[in-house]
Design a protein around this ligand. Structure first.
Ligand SMILES: Cc1ncc(COP(=O)(O)O)c(C=O)c1O
Length: 409
């Protein structure tokens, strides 16, 4: 440091690095933003200049989450067929498959089509094709991608699947959806499930794959021991069904279910594969269910995705206005990254609030704040892309697919 000018420049840079830095139009001309993204040229693109509100993924934490789950599944051992409803991203799914997942689980036929068209094999759709529209699409997808599988929990639907599959000259791969504590779907265990499974297994154009049993209430049960107890209770009937099926001479290839909350117990409770979804990003609500080693915080997986928002106005005591409003899926249970003194509140469609009681910290207009959302499925549905960040640098952009309109249905 040999001049006053150099000293001032160095001090200014240090200050910028420690406070909220502003976009520098010289390092990255915003007019070229979309063209550069299209060309995957991210040189000079930083978090500071992103249009907000937007979703940002911390690539290091995200990769750590993927590896933690993949390593556990290998060690357990149990197969992994992760649910994509929380991320709706072929880029994420490909990374999950690269780490050993045998396929993916999807909530809708649209998600199944998107993932299959994106090159993902072994898609399991966990809702039955109740409508004519969904039936034809499930059969068309079977024809295009014979690794595709879906569920049925109803005799009439099973008959319609057989008819449509015969007409299309395909063999549909079907698992029977059985009740596992969640009253939204799933035929009763024991004889009713066995009867449906036998009907499917003896249908010429259907291949019986096994059972799908999602224990949704177990996933968010607080405390690891209580969660294990709930999952065991919810899966008891499923195990009875599997035992009955085997006794009847049927081959049960899969028993699919499980969640991020129960990933490290379900291999001992009868499942052959896990449908965990949220672990890739985690959300503020899931982080509170408690883990095996920490009863208060679920530390097994990190919050790797946040919504970046900007402080737009500050005129009233104890609050600032942000652009994280209802359209951005603001929720009172969201959390502010690294600034626990700030509380997320709602204001309007395009406006949100951050409130604080006495004391608090420093926050000013133009500051960027990162929010951990409460429900990944709902939030990702509102955004079109993930900005992938390594520290403050944007290193990639991944589209979020099939979020609205026809693409989602
Ligand atoms: C059928 C099904 N399986 C698995 C999951 C996985 O959930 P999680 O995000 O808790 O891992 C869900 C989530 O809603 C689901 O609906």
């Amino acid at each position: 440091m040999n001049s006053r000018r150099q000293f001032l420049t160095a001090s200014a840079s240090a200050l910028l690095a420690t406070t909220v830095s502003r976009a520098n139009p010289k390092t990255f001309p915003y007019a070229e933003f979309e063209q550069r993204i299209a060309k995957k040229n991210f040189t000079g693109m930083t978090k500071d200049m992103l249009p907000t509100p937007c979703m940002v993924v911390d690539i290091d934490l995200f990769e750590k989450n993927l590896k933690t789950m993949a390593d556990y599944a290998k060690k357990a051992p149990i197969y992994l067929r992760p649910h994509v409803k929380v991320h709706k991203s072929v880029d994420v799914a490909k990374r999950q498959v690269a780490l050993g997942a045998i396929g993916i689980t999807a909530a809708t036929i649209a998600e199944s089509e998107l993932m299959s068209n994106g090159g993902i094999k072994g898609v399991l759709w966990t809702k039955q094709p109740a409508s004519y529209n969904n039936l034809l699409r499930a059969i068309a997808l079977t024809k295009k991608d014979p690794t595709f599988m879906f569920v049925v929990d109803d005799h009439d639907v099973a008959a319609r699947v057989q008819e449509a599959a015969a007409a299309a000259k395909v063999k549909a791969r079907v698992a029977v959806s059985v009740y596992a504590g969640l009253t939204r779907q799933g035929i009763a265990n024991g004889k009713p499930a066995l009867d449906l499974a036998q009907k499917i297994a003896t249908s010429k154009n259907i291949s019986f794959e096994g059972y799908m049993a999602y224990s949704g209430y177990a996933s968010h049960t607080h405390g690891w021991e209580a969660r294990r107890k709930k999952s065991a209770e919810d899966l008891a009937g499923v195990n009875e069904t599997v035992a009955l099926s085997k006794k009847a001479g049927m081959e049960v290839k899969i028993v699919s279910g499980g969640s991020t909350g129960t990933y490290n117990m379900d291999h001992e409770l009868g499942l052959t594969e896990l449908e965990c979804g949220s672990y890739v990003f985690m959300d503020s609500v899931y982080r509170k269910v408690g883990g095996k080693t920490n009863d208060k915080v679920y530390t097994d997986f990190e919050n790797s995705m946040s919504v970046l928002t900007t402080v737009d106005s500050k005129h009233h005591a104890g609050q600032v206005t942000t652009d994280y409003g209802n359209k951005a899926m603001a929720q009172l249970t969201d959390e502010v990254k690294g600034q626990s003194w700030l509380q997320v509140d709602k204001q309007g469609a395009e406006y949100g609030l951050l409130r604080w009681k006495d004391g608090g910290g420093e926050i000013k207009v133009g500051d960027r704040v990162e929010i951990y959302c409460s429900n990944l499925d709902m939030s990702t549905n509102c955004y079109d892309r993930y900005y992938i960040a390594k520290g403050n640098d944007i290193v990639d952009v991944w589209p979020i697919m099939g979020r609205g309109g026809a693409a989602q249905r």
